[in-house]
Design a protein around this ligand. Structure first.
Ligand code: GRF
Length: 219
């Protein structure tokens, strides 16, 4: 898909249903949104989100990790695909592959991820179950720049939700995903307009953003 000249071109990488990708596509339809989702890439050819993206007229590309002998070979193909797509920003949205350092380094400051916990708490898998087991009363999600270490890069934005009695990983995940859909388009907006930048390995640099918007909290 051809992005308008004044909009950043964005590739969204998914592995599954792609509800965050859909939220980004919906947000990007606003004329004043500074980014356009031009490409969706999935490492799983059968991902539901990939079919949906194709139906929207977005370039929908499968790069099947099973077709490559190792992570380096897969990442090389992924890197080539991103280069061919001529994108400015790479957005990971439920992309279930660890990336090798060269690919991460090439996209430093231009690749972001969303994780369904209040990082640095509960990185990695089974995050909702671990949040519940911790006894914490608050959970949430975090948008961050991607660095070589998983779920560790500079935090751009976070949203909080309550953990309630009888929560299961599924009920908590449902509550968190609704705020993911709100905060991810906002974070992509900031990165696209250059108001948030990668600063150091631990911090993001902020220009003109409304700092109230960094945190969505329970009403
Ligand atoms: C989200 O919870 C996201 O935070 C995590 O994977 C899930 C993807 O969901 N990284 P979806 O495919 O966007 O619906």
């Amino acid at each position: 898909m051809n992005a308008s000249a004044d909009k950043k071109r964005v590739a969204v990488l998914i592995s599954g249903r792609g509800s965050n990708m859909k939220a980004l596509v919906e947000a990007s339809r606003a004329s004043d949104y500074p980014a356009e989702i031009t490409t969706v890439i999935s490492n799983r050819p059968g991902a539901a989100g990939l079919a949906w993206a194709g139906q929207q007229g977005i370039d929908a590309v499968a790069v099947d990790h099973k077709a490559y002998p190792d992570r380096a070979a897969f990442d090389e193909k992924l890197g080539e695909t991103l280069a061919a797509a001529n994108v400015d920003i790479v957005v990971l949205a439920g992309f279930m592959r660890l990336m090798t350092a060269p690919l991460v380094e090439r996209w430093k400051g231009r690749m972001i991820n969303i994780h369904p916990s209040l990082l640095p708490l509960f990185p990695g898998l089974d995050t909702h179950a671990r949040a519940i087991a911790s006894g914490m009363k608050v959970a949430g999600c975090t948008v961050h720049f991607v660095t070589a270490e998983m779920d560790v890069g500079p935090i751009i934005a976070q949203a909080a939700v309550p953990i309630v009695p009888d929560d299961t990983p599924d009920t908590l995940a449902e509550r968190i995903i609704t705020v993911e859909h709100r905060i991810y388009p906002e974070a992509v907006r900031w990165v696209a307009q250059g108001s948030v930048r990668f600063d150091t390995a631990a911090t993001a640099f902020y220009g003109r953003v409304n700092h109230q918007d960094h945190l969505l909290s329970p009403s």
